[in-house]
Design a protein around this ligand. Sequence first.
Ligand code: IPD
Ligand code: CA
Ligand code: CA
Length: 261
Amino acid sequence: MHPMLNIAIRAARAAGNVIIRQIDYVQDMSVSEKSRNDFVTDVDRKAEAVIIDTILKAYPDHAILAEESGSRGENEYQWIIDPLDGTTNFLHGFPQFAVSIALQHKGVLNQAVVYDPLRQELFTASRGAGAQLNDRRIRVSKRRHLNGALLGTGFPFRENARIEQYIETFRILFPVTAGVRRAGAAALDLAYVACGRLDGFWEFGLQPWDIAAGALLIEEAGGIVSSMEGKQNYLDSGDIIAGNPSLLEELSKQIKTVIKN
Ligand code: IPD
Ligand code: CA
Ligand code: CA
């Protein structure tokens, strides 16, 4: 295993322990609202601190981009961290949240970990070496068409302005698939695409830390992630679609009919 992936796993497990230890004390937790419907707790901050600590102990010069503390340092290696993806779920005891850690080298995603501490599911990938769930190789689903597909999605809950556009995409996709799930943790949604539990995924307005690790998992599992326009700048754009290559083509065609208008 790549040594940097090893560190990412150590950091993700440590953050998972912080999250699990606090799960019974959610009611007493102090919660602040970063912006409308965007919450942060001490658990997010503690989990992030443990991750950064673990990484910098091993690689003191590496740069960091983390959801709660922002960016620090400059280096050709940059870690992209979401310490708790699915904070709203966590606060409600809804069992769907994860730790997400990715490493970019010269702007290319190289290592990825998404860890679900409740189910103890560890999704990992190293560029060129495939993707795994708890050490077993995973692949994206083989379903070629939207007909019969199960899609994951997320709602643009922070951006009222995009709700209409989102609803348009939902209106065209929902009737032509077997179903749509909104589970509330984008990093896990992407991990589920990587292992074939979901056939595809779309969401507007994500941040790099929601996407980075999940995107490499999908690519290493034989799938594709792109912006809604089919471009590779998905980390910057934050509007993403994902799936296996043939399903993605259909998904992209459908979505383009909406975003062109
Ligand atoms: C959120 C979750 C959610 C997605 C949001 C994200 P957070 O992350 O991934 O599924 O719809 O856009 O912000 O805030 O819980 O880390
Ligand atoms: Ca997130
Ligand atoms: Ca988060």
